[in-house]
Design a protein. Structure first.
Length: 150
């Protein structure tokens, strides 16, 4: 019962909306906060150097204060902010989908906890028909035919 509730799409949408509302409130009130995130879903632009990103744990905390707090942008699906990483203070824009926010923390106290489990996206495997169409498209170019005959 609990598993079906936590994995239910409507419950997931409710948690995303609530996370968005809490972040929006904290930003409007000027209250610094931290977010605990599922790092696998977080994107960095530009991508962080490996020597920095390899040190992230699967669940990573970001503290939003100062310029990082001030640079925070919020949409219905994501929040983004600028942050510096490592001893070189490598700058990157951090894009966090709302479903990846596991906790919102103020003064070391969680004020929001996301217990939902987003539905898993199944990878589509190419069908035989799709592979045949790709091969036909490849072979339609005479230059490719020369390469494959060698």
């Amino acid at each position: 019962m609990l598993e079906s509730l936590l994995g239910h799409n409507n419950f997931n949408q409710l948690m995303k909306k609530h996370a968005n509302e809490v972040v929006s409130f904290l930003l409007k009130e000027g209250i610094n906060f931290s977010i605990l995130t599922n790092i696998a879903d977080v994107e960095f632009d530009p991508i962080l150097p490996v020597e920095i990103s390899q040190n992230f744990k699967p669940i990573t905390m970001f503290f939003l204060a100062g310029y990082t707090f001030e640079s925070t942008q919020l949409s219905s699906e994501t929040m983004s902010f600028e942050a510096g990483f490592g001893s070189e203070n490598f700058g990157s824009i951090v894009n966090v989908p709302m479903h990846a926010i596991l906790q919102i923390i103020v003064e070391e106290i969680p004020v929001f906890i996301n217990l939902s489990t987003p539905p898993k996206i199944e990878e589509k495997k190419p069908t035989q028909e799709g592979v045949k169409r790709s091969m036909d498209a490849l072979m339609a170019n005479p230059e490719n035919q020369k390469l494959l005959k060698r």
